[in-house]
Design a protein around this ligand. Structure first.
Ligand SMILES: Cc1cc2nc3c(=O)[nH]c(=O)nc-3n(C[C@H](O)[C@H](O)[C@H](O)COP(=O)(O)OP(=O)(O)OC[C@H]3O[C@@H](n4cnc5c(N)ncnc54)[C@H](O)[C@@H]3O)c2cc1C
Length: 495
């Protein structure tokens, strides 16, 4: 009889795990509370506009290729990729912006023009970052975070300095122009932590940015989700939407015995939960939870976000597909996110205009726009506050890009802390899980395997390797490898 596994949630990590488990011969059922699959990477279509609700940057294309390659497939079997050129634009003020080219040599030329001598320093930095990328992405992040020894390799032992120096230490020592500093510090924001709190080793994110490029999957990130769902279905995975898991039951031997889905009991002897880790453990009776409320209260969560999905009845000028608005103090905003959580006085924000690359995501002559303001987790949000920030960023967008936008808005929806909590059971309304700081890296993160309940496993951005789409794919692979290796159900057959 086929061994069965229940997977909670349908984010990237759960989808990846579902594919690996199905390939290994398990009967896989995925239970997702929301009407759509994809977790934070869901999308919605309204009045002809399609919006990715979460991730929009497609970085580290090799990780996606490696995922599909594990099933004898290629990304092109499921979706079409385009490298964005330029990759993105960063505004620092009026008539003051920098475009990051798709070619490293052109980026170096931009640096040199802004700060003589910086091209050579950038090359040195990227050489180191490239080495780190090879060590990290080809090897370290594919380790299950069980023991500190995983980090000790012939490569890392000589790189110890890179674990106690931060990205900010390095960047601010070698580059003087504050715009260059911000451009180099920005990629680690994807890890959910401040550059001043992120080990230099994570410069591999800069290599991903400047050397591997920014890509776009036609149709948006949802095309990647749909590609993975298609692959999963080919492998026999069954998906259940509107399927809220409200409890995990444990038998007298301390093994998983069943789950409650929409009040109905379903027998299951093996579970992977890709829902937020703290929520997943809250589904267990208290004595079976590995991590206490005190543990969680001490963790540095990645930021939450205030998002706006906006349909505009004209094409915009002076912006690129990805445009960052760094015309405010990076440091002050970081303090308001991490050190003294508060609604930011003058936030940085990010805008994505996918319809600049892809006609299919907006009606002809229109623009689909997504705006994101990173926020401290757990802030109280209400309509009035959201509107205040919308007007704030619209004024900046209009003045910096020299055009009216507000008069042409035909659709608008906001999304914030409250929605992250309600829709995803997200701890403190985090958007990107748990930050990857030095003390929250690798073996120091919540474990893939429950210490207290047999046959219960976890995956996703709160466990290893961490936040982001590529790490989530890897997390699904890591958890599946542990289960397959342990052959947990060797002598058991399951309903
Ligand atoms: C606004 C935003 C922008 C981002 N931008 C980028 C980007 O540009 N590039 C990038 O690489 N990464 C980005 N990220 C991060 C990336 O999206 C995430 O790291 C990744 O998608 C997380 O996947 P996951 O599988 O860990 O969890 P999730 O996507 O959160 O999936 C968990 C799923 O579990 C479900 N669930 C929860 N509780 C239950 C329950 N009780 N029963 C059933 N189902 C349940 C939830 O509904 C959800 O669908 C962004 C994230 C956000 C929110």
């Amino acid at each position: 009889m086929k061994k069965n596994i229940s997977i909670i949630g349908s984010g990237f990590s759960s989808l990846a795990a579902a594919c690996y488990m199905a390939k290994a011969g398990y009967g896989v059922n995925v239970y997702e509370k929301n009407p759509q699959l994809g977790g934070r990477a869901r999308s919605f279509t309204e009045q002809g506009f399609t919006f990715d609700m979460g991730p929009t940057w497609y970085w580290m294309p090799d990780v996606f290729e490696r995922f599909f390659g594990d099933f004898g497939k290629k990304t092109t079997d499921y979706y079409t990729l385009e490298r964005l050129s330029p990759g993105y634009r960063v505004y620092f003020g009026e008539d003051n912006f920098v475009d990051i080219a798709a070619e490293t040599e052109k980026i170096k030329a931009t640096f040199e023009k802004m700060e003589p001598g910086s091209a050579e320093k950038l090359q040195e930095f990227l050489d180191k970052a490239g080495k780190n990328y090879k060590i990290a992405i080809k090897d370290l992040v594919y380790k299950p975070g069980i023991s500190p020894l995983e980090l000790v390799t012939m490569d890392t032992i000589f790189e110890l300095k890179q674990f106690y120096l931060t990205i900010q230490d390095y960047v601010r020592k070698h580059f003087n122009d504050s715009r260059l500093q911000q451009i180099l510090e920005f990629p680690v924001l994807f890890l959910g932590a401040k550059p001043g709190n992120t080990p230099l080793f994570y410069s591999f994110m800069n290599y991903a940015d400047f050397c591997l490029g920014t890509w776009y999957a036609k149709g948006g990130m949802i095309s990647v989700v749909n590609g993975m769902i298609e692959l999963a279905r080919e492998l026999g995975v069954q998906f259940h939407t509107h399927a809220n898991v409200t409890g995990i039951n444990v038998d007298e031997k301390g093994k998983v015995s069943s789950i409650y889905v929409n009040g109905e009991i379903i027998s299951t002897r093996l579970i992977i939960s890709g829902a937020d880790y703290r929520h997943s453990e809250s589904l267990l009776p208290e004595e079976f939870r590995t991590y206490t409320e005190t543990f969680w209260s001490k963790k540095i969560m990645a930021p939450s976000s205030l998002l706006f999905y906006v349909g505009i009845s004209k094409k915009l000028k002076n912006v690129l597909h990805h445009t960052l608005f760094f015309d405010a103090s990076f440091d002050e905003h970081a303090i308001e996110i991490y050190d003294k959580p508060a609604w930011p006085a003058n936030p940085l924000f990010y805008a994505s205009f996918p319809s600049m690359t892809d006609d299919s995501v907006a009606p002809s002559g229109h623009e689909a726009a997504i705006f994101l303001i990173p926020l401290a987790p757990d802030l109280t949000d209400d309509e009035e506050t959201r509107e205040k920030y919308f007007n704030m960023i619209m004024s900046r967008l209009e003045s910096l890009t020299k055009q009216t936008v507000r008069d042409h808005i035909v659709f608008k929806r906001s999304y914030c802390v409250k929605d992250f909590k309600e829709d995803y059971n997200s701890f403190k309304g985090n958007a990107y899980g748990m930050a990857n700081t030095l003390l929250q890296t690798a073996f120091l993160r919540p474990k893939l395997k429950s210490k207290k309940v047999k046959n219960l496993f976890f995956t996703g951005q709160l466990t290893v390797p961490g936040p982001g789409v590529p790490p989530s794919l890897i997390s699904g692979k890591l958890v599946s490898e542990i289960i397959i290796k342990e052959n947990t159900l060797k002598h058991e057959t399951v309903i």
